[in-house]
Design a protein around this ligand. Structure first.
Ligand SMILES: NC(=O)C1=CN([C@@H]2O[C@H](COP(=O)(O)OP(=O)(O)OC[C@H]3O[C@@H](n4cnc5c(N)ncnc54)[C@H](OP(=O)(O)O)[C@@H]3O)[C@@H](O)[C@H]2O)C=CC1
Ligand SMILES: O=C(CO)COP(=O)(O)O
Ligand SMILES: [Zn+2]
Length: 359
């Protein structure tokens, strides 16, 4: 059984969510933001654009992107403070009549641009301002809902413009968080394989191989990842793009999201806006690797080496909240079977959290 998008469709239908879609132009490097107008022209994207950005990311890159695009386009701006179904609706309204969208920011701004452009059947450009998440190139979008986060079918950006000078200047904790999002691929894969064995869930060997290789290359080169390093930013962005492609191949976020992500989504509900997405997944990954009987110390060492938190305290939450999140995880996307759905009891969850503080 296979979950690959790389397969011959027996009854091809015009359902783009079943196709393997990839970005067309991918620019990663110093000063590449200057190429934004040329990219738009090359792809014939049109004459009007909506930039979606947060307050900090507007300052970091959105303002300059606007100036550049205004050479050839009518440009409007939508400020996204967070991500929610209402904010996505508002963004869609702002994008009515616009030819294309540009998501400038971290994972939230890019996901809003991704969903709004998909719903309006427009193209969008991904302009990451931080190497903090692997949604930069993926065809998935994550939206927090009352019952927990959902993963939506969407489309990948038509182009990615990742300026490593801007990304290297972002606070280092954002890049460390992106690394942790990648390192958590190790346990996401183990959870997917577990579900394949126990539940017969289809897996994609291509997606698994790419997701695992991406984490391995990142860990092998972690000496390049330190505050302000543009070479580090380049390496991490490549890993984040590659992990996003693995999700597109799988047609789901499975190769990059398992129990450690459910733990993070539970924390978002219990302690919103405290830890960063990738940071939370990294801490979750140490615990789920322990449950899988794998080398959890290695995961923890890799996280420490790049400066990501390894304990609830490091995330800014108390231990009890982490225990509650472990127990709540199984209620989030119950159809996504992981090691946290194997009947974890409170006493075990408490032991798991304590284990994080051991030498
Ligand atoms: N679709 C997918 O496949 C995936 C989606 N995600 C999603 O991505 C989100 C997490 O992404 P993440 O980036 O951590 O969260 P945010 O988008 O919230 O970004 C985190 C913070 O960093 C700030 N920031 C970003 N760039 C800069 C910069 N250059 N200088 C200063 N501040 C900056 C943002 O500012 P501002 O306030 O201006 O936005 C924000 O306050 C989650 O919603 C998660 O579900 C994660 C992985 C995969
Ligand atoms: O964050 C992801 C991969 O890193 C994917 O998001 P979900 O956990 O929402 O599917
Ligand atoms: Zn993630």
């Amino acid at each position: 059984m296979s979950a690959d998008s790389i397969k011959v469709l027996k009854n091809p239908q015009f359902d783009k969510s079943k196709w393997l879609q990839m970005p067309r132009d991918v620019l990663i490097g110093h000063d590449v933001i200057e190429q934004l107008p040329k990219v738009c022209q090359d792809l014939h994207l049109g004459k009007s654009a909506l930039i979606i950005a947060g307050e900090s990311t507007m300052k970091a890159a959105g303002g300059h992107a606007k100036e550049l695009l205004e050479e050839n386009c009518d440009v409007q701006t939508f400020y996204a403070k967070s991500i929610s179904p209402q904010i996505i609706k508002d963004a869609e309204q702002a994008a009515e009549g616009m030819d294309f969208l540009v998501g400038v920011g971290g994972g939230k701004a890019i996901d809003i641009a991704k969903i709004a452009s998909y719903n309006l059947e427009r193209q969008f450009i991904s302009v990451p301002t931080a190497a903090s998440h692997d949604g930069i190139a993926s065809s998935r979008a994550s939206v927090p809902m009352k019952e927990g986060s959902v993963s939506l079918d969407a489309h990948p950006p038509i182009a990615i413009v990742a300026d490593t000078e801007i990304i290297a200047k972002a606070p280092h904790k954002l890049m460390a968080s992106g690394c942790a999002d990648i390192i958590s691929n190790y346990t996401a894969i183990l959870d997917w394989e577990l579900s394949h064995r126990i539940k017969g869930e289809p897996i994609s060997e291509y997606a698994i191989a790419l997701s695992k290789m991406t984490a391995e290359i990142l860990v092998k080169n972690s000496n390049l990842i330190y505050p302000g390093s543009e070479e580090g930013a380049w390496l991490v962005i490549k890993a984040l793009v590659s992990s996003g492609v693995a999700m597109s191949i799988a047609g789901s976020s499975r190769p990059a999201s398992g129990g450690e992500h459910k733990f993070s989504h539970a924390l978002d509900m219990l302690s919103p806006n405290i830890g960063l997405h990738g940071e939370q997944c990294g801490v979750g990954s140490i615990m789920t690797m322990y449950l899988h009987g794998g080398n959890w110390r290695e995961i923890r060492k890799s996280l420490k080496d790049i400066g990501a938190p390894t304990t609830p305290k490091g995330l800014g939450i108390d231990d009890n909240t982490a225990v509650e999140a472990l127990l709540m995880a199984k209620k989030i996307r119950p159809e996504r079977f992981t090691i946290l759905d194997m009947g974890l009891e409170r006493e075990c969850a408490e032991k798991l959290v304590k284990m994080l503080y051991t030498e």
